[in-house]
Design a binder for this molecule. Structure first.
Ligand SMILES: *[C@@H]1O[C@H](CO)[C@@H](O)[C@H](O)[C@H]1NC(C)=O
Ligand SMILES: *[C@@H]1O[C@H](CO)[C@@H](O)[C@H](O)[C@H]1NC(C)=O
Ligand SMILES: *[C@@H]1O[C@H](CO)[C@@H](O)[C@H](O)[C@H]1NC(C)=O
Length: 193
């Protein structure tokens, strides 16, 4: 009997990840993130709101999407006219011109083309992580990676390609309805009785 329970527990733990509650994630972020900004409580609510809408608090969430276009800035001038020239003789252009997919990993839906390293992407690997680490039950490296991103955004990013990728990823997971979120209302259910 006990053995069955243990086996079931392991099976669940390994395959399906964990669905956190809003308040659990709030607590984990309070412990793991340093937000040196005045309205950090509301920013925390906004981050958790993004998680709710993008991954549904599922620590194992994975999504694959076509590489996002440049965040709209003026008329769309095809960054890669050569990319449309499919079936041309030598398709040995730089990777920049290929149709790529991005895989988004975990609670925060972070991209393998930006933060972590997977078989599919020759990535920036900003967080120096294997992408698998972002879909296990242990959220400490996920949160550390969010901290790395926040730190990176705090200062002008020297390398333009890095900046471009980070901004692409953020425009992708950006949820407009979260931007006005206030901690007092969003976390109201988390108040201790
Ligand atoms: C969490 O996401 C994984 C991967 O997409 C999926 O297999 C699993 O069923 C999800 N868990 C729940 C409870 O929705
Ligand atoms: C494409 O480039 C790779 C190295 O980047 C080279 O090994 C390969 O031979 C090239 N192929 C063609 C068709 O030029
Ligand atoms: C989570 O992973 C970190 C290292 O990434 C480790 O130090 C920590 O003990 C792990 N926590 C749990 C609950 O396994």
């Amino acid at each position: 009997m006990l053995a069955v329970v243990v086996v079931l527990f392991l099976a669940v733990g390994v395959s399906d990840g964990v669905i956190l509650s809003k308040c659990e994630l709030k607590q984990q972020l309070e412990e793991g993130l340093t937000l040196q900004i005045p309205n950090s409580a509301d920013v925390l609510a906004q981050i958790v709101c993004h998680v709710q809408l993008t991954s549904g608090f599922n620590t194992s969430a994975i999504k694959t999407i076509p590489e996002p276009q440049e965040p709209r800035s003026g008329p769309r001038r095809g960054r890669s006219p050569r990319g449309n020239n499919k079936g041309g003789s030598s398709s040995n252009e730089s990777d920049e011109d290929k149709d790529e997919v991005w895989t988004l990993y975990g609670l925060f839906q972070l991209s393998d083309h930006v933060v972590c390293n997977s078989a599919q992407s020759r990535a920036l690997n900003l967080c120096r992580l294997s992408c698998d680490k972002l879909i296990d039950d242990n959220t400490s490296d996920d949160i550390a990676c969010v901290q790395t991103l926040i730190n990176a955004l705090t200062y002008p990013i020297p390398d333009p390609e890095t900046a471009r990728h980070i901004h692409k990823m953020i425009s992708l997971i950006h949820q407009p309805e979260c931007m006005t979120m206030k901690a007092t209302s969003y976390f109201a259910i988390c108040q201790t009785p």
